[in-house]
Design a protein around this ligand. Sequence first.
Ligand code: PLP
Length: 446
Amino acid sequence: MKKPYQKPTIVKLQIGTLREQKSALAQRVRFEIDGVPVKDLLQKFGSPLFVFSEKRLREQFRYAKRLFETHYPRVEFSWSYKTNYLDAICRIFHQEGATAEVVSEFEYEKARRLGVPGEKIIFNGPYKPRTILKKAVEEGARIHVDSMDEILDLEEIAKELERKISIGIRLNLDTGIYPRWDRFGFNLESGEALQVVQRIAAGGQLEIVGLHCHQGTFILEPAAYGRAAEKLLGFAQKLEEAFGWTIEYLDLGGGFPSRNRLKGLYLPPEVAVPPLSEYAESIAKALLSNLNSRDYPLLILESGRALVDEAGFLITTVQAVKRLPDGRRAYVLDAGVNLLFTAFWYHFRVDLGEEVLGPPEPSVLYGPLCMNIDVVEEAVNLPPLSRGVPLVLSPVGAYNVTQWMQFITYRPRVILITEKGEAEVIREAETLEDLVRLERVPAHLR
Ligand SMILES: Cc1ncc(COP(=O)(O)O)c(C=O)c1O
């Protein structure tokens, strides 16, 4: 019998790939997650499937907390809800001692519903509706003001409540990181921040007890945090002298990178991403060497992705095999950019969920959406796959199960592998009922 034609494959050898696997032709297979076979998970819960590891979540949190506490005596981690606000994930971080960092009415209410008291909530963000802002003030949340309009709102609320309100202010500053996230808060270098503070002091209704900044996400330069810490501390000392306030805390936001591969970065994350210890050292050094015998302010960190990303996996299954007109092999998966919003910025690690024989070739991974943008990976070396082969993508724990879209198809189940190795559903798959529940049809259309 005539053998089918198989296109020859040329594979570019890359330093990173060689370092990690010895050969670019080697396969990466992941049979299990925390001891639970991928096959069993698929059989029981279906495909696609998000899977989180409780063990990894707890271990990473404890590691980060201990690391920063080794370098600086007073540290608080505040869990960034937007990074992943599934109840079970938030509960794990709260159990570990994290407070909540929220940026909207919805996130504030979600944290309260989970039992987080107001005083353990940091309320950030550029838009805080008046009613929830007042509630947060009454409940003792730490409010970080973002604009002059919000300051006016807070002054009104102070009058209504007939008391002074303690606030934090968000600053944006030059730490050498570009593009600068300068649309949030008040600029330090231009003098805007000082002007705003003078206005706050003159108003007599508010007092500043904390300074906040967040430089961006996936920041690969630890020294930028040292610069931020030094600038915040310098500004705090200025405010204490000029206005007699006590700046109780400095909040350096989040932004520490996870071991993910940012598009455009040539080196693999093992090489390109600095260890968390360098960030801790840089911050602590800047604070400890500039404290001038004042009390240690509380250091708050709102780390999101660095705590959760590597604890998340997405199991997806090949549903169709294609050969594109230019000769490339392509696969249609049951998960696409509807579930993996971060696919626009990161290259995921793609592991086979079972062993597959055959020479690898650069392949395209498409999602199930009938839209041209639905590309999960443009070129990943894979052996010839057939329908039904599972793939495990990681790390996907940050920003996917919050930014996912209900577009064209249902969102799947999310599973937590507990520390005991049991697989628990932490979010059910959507059904048609869930999706039409909020729709209304006017009488004339019925
Ligand atoms: C104010 C604030 N804090 C914390 C975070 C979490 O950032 P990351 O996940 O990069 O640590 C964000 C994310 O953009 C943010 O806007």
